[in-house]
Design a protein around this ligand. Structure first.
Ligand code: HEM
Length: 234
């Protein structure tokens, strides 16, 4: 029997798929060939726009994770953080597409970008703000329950707080790995001075951690204790 594809949902689009996914709007968000000054603008926009979508999801999951931690439910926060982390892994992989963009082609399209920079990415800004909130929520959770950082240095897979601490470190690591890949991309594709302030800044950011206290617990001071006073949150 032939399937009836006539839409039942309200809205624009020839099918329910188009109406629900809003594909007409989505696929109209890239510059048309007649607007482009270089055909690789499509590659450039697709990578950036899809990154913004994954970061939108990651940011929403982080915001919900903050709420779960604040509600005293660390076990509920962990899978949300795992989703955000997978989102960052996916956007890290997407950077590989720039291995197919030559410096000459990037230079040719740069006038189309104006003064735009990924540093203005709303997705990254939201994710960074939510990560800082998550760090504060986690610290408050520990303080309210009298849990010390030194006990977190000995991971216990059966304890939700320990599991969340591991997930926070995984998040930090994945963001850093994105920055490694992004730094390599910036060097390879170019568009800035080779040893200039921008490249130095990108290299330095690789060492940034949202949850420095947790990383401190992995250091082993001579006396065996954990010195959390050395932790800093940039
Ligand atoms: C050809 C591809 C790319 C090149 C050549 C490039 C280059 C650069 C450069 C030179 C900077 C530092 C200077 C500045 O602030 O503008 C930067 C920063 C930044 N870019 Fe990119 N970028 C690329 C792709 C992306 C993508 C796909 C994203 C994702 C949204 C992104 C997000 C960022 C962010 C968030 C920063 C701020 C530094 C940080 O938080 O690590 N970039 N990029």
């Amino acid at each position: 029997m032939k399937r009836d594809h006539s839409p039942v949902l309200p809205g624009d689009g020839a099918t329910d798929y188009a109406r629900y996914m809003r594909t007409d709007t989505l696929l109209d968000l890239q510059r048309r060939p007649e607007e482009m000054i270089h055909r690789d603008e499509l590659l450039f926009q697709v990578v950036h726009q899809s990154t913004e979508l994954w970061l939108k999801l990651a940011g929403a999951e982080l915001v919900e994770a903050v709420a779960r931690v604040r509600a005293g439910e660390p076990a509920a926060a962990e899978p949300l953080l795992a989703r955000a982390t997978l989102g960052v892994r996916l956007v890290t992989d997407q950077l590989e597409m720039f291995g197919h963009l030559s410096p000459a082609d990037f230079k040719a399209m740069q006038p189309a970008l104006g003064k735009g920079s990924g540093a203005e990415s709303p997705g990254w800004r939201r994710v960074q703000a939510a990560s800082r909130q998550l760090g504060r929520a986690f610290t408050d959770h520990l303080a309210a329950r009298g849990i010390t950082l030194s006990t977190l240095g000995r991971p216990d897979p059966t304890d939700p707080v320990h599991r969340l601490a591991e997930a926070l470190m995984e998040w930090d690591e994945r963001v850093s790995l994105w920055r490694v890949r992004h730094y390599q991309t910036a060097l390879r594709v170019g568009g800035h001075a080779p040893a200039g302030a921008e490249a130095t800044m990108l290299a330095k950011l690789i060492g940034h951690r949202f949850f420095p206290e947790l990383w401190q617990t992995r250091l082993k001071p001579a006396d065996g204790s954990v010195d959390s006073s050395r932790a800093s949150r940039p």
